[in-house]
Write a protein that binds this ligand. Structure first.
Ligand code: ZDP
Length: 284
């Protein structure tokens, strides 16, 4: 049996595993698929491992999506990881650090606990060139801002941004009217996205308030996506649709996102909630 704790950030839910004694995840991607299954397993959008730090970091985060694929980064997940690590440190020695340096496949991220109990994360700088995202919509050294693409027999004006993981953002008049279940998979597997894509539809209520719905690579429709909210504000600035500091309303609640004009890094603030703990058979 392997112990786990379940957390969520705005309903984007994760299984957290204490992997501090080993440098490789305790379960395989195939087992992750079963653990994440909502009928045959625990149920989650992904599984996150707290591994030992590397280089100058305190811990390493690795994540498997519910389909077993491994993304580079996870915004709601890193807030949950920070809370999980703090809970473990309190169990071990009675106190926890106020902030952590976390190694991820997308670079070093720094979550900090805010006074109101929310977690504020320095998400680093976005990547905005086609070759870095990656997409083949424009030349590798060009941005992808308000570009027309044909997906699912329709034409969409998209802006693409990477927060370590790839995102394609479309600004629409009414997010509720988007048939996400049909269109999401078509974007995810569109030929211009060699590493597949997370897809966000954004309604600009005003330059400081966006409504978002998301189809995630490897996880489908989720109630929230932290990297997606960050990428959407960056895309909104590039496309001239919003300010650098905005609230992003997702089906699961709101995130505060700022693309700093001073250091060009993206700061995400939101909740992370512990739900329950258990122990899981090794299945799958
Ligand atoms: O890039 C991907 O494959 C995403 N599915 C990773 C998960 C992103 C997440 N929802 C977030 O909040 O950034 C955890």
């Amino acid at each position: 049996m392997i112990p786990f704790v379940k957390y969520h950030g705005l309903g984007n839910d994760f299984i957290l595993v204490d992997n501090r004694n080993q440098t490789e995840p305790l379960i395989t991607p195939e087992q992750a698929v079963v653990w994440c299954d909502r009928h045959f397993g625990i149920g989650a959008d992904g599984i996150i491992f707290a591994l030992p730090g590397q280089a100058d970091t305190d811990y390493t985060m690795r994540i498997f999506n519910s389909d077993g694929s491994e993304p580079e980064m996870c915004g709601n997940g890193i807030r949950c990881l920070a809370r999980f690590i703090a809970d473990l440190e309190i169990q071990d020695k009675g106190t926890a650090a106020p902030a952590y340096r976390i190694h991820t496949l997308a670079g070093v991220m720094v979550p900090k606990f805010a006074a109101d109990g929310q977690v504020r994360v320095d998400m680093g700088s976005p990547w905005i060139l086609s070759g870095e995202i990656p997409t083949t919509i424009t030349a590798p050294d060009q941005q992808v801002v308000n570009q027309l693409i044909e997906v699912a027999g329709q034409s969409w004006q998209v802006t693409c941004v990477s927060m370590g993981n790839p995102h394609c953002i479309t600004f629409v008049d009414d997010v509720a009217a988007i048939p996400l279940e049909q269109i999401g998979p078509k974007f995810e597997h569109f030929s211009a996205f060699p590493k597949r894509i997370n897809t966000e539809f954004i309604q600009v209520v005003n330059p400081n308030y966006l409504k978002m719905r998301v189809w995630e690579r490897g996880a489908g429709i989720t109630l929230a996506c932290g990297t997606g909210a960050c990428a959407s504000v960056v895309a909104g600035v590039l496309a001239g649709k919003c300010d650098r500091h905005a609230t992003v309303e997702l089906p699961g609640g709101c995130l505060d996102i700022e693309w700093s004009a001073t250091d060009q890094r993206v700061y995400m603030t939101g909740p992370a909630q512990r739900v329950f703990a258990g122990a899981m058979e090794i299945l799958g």
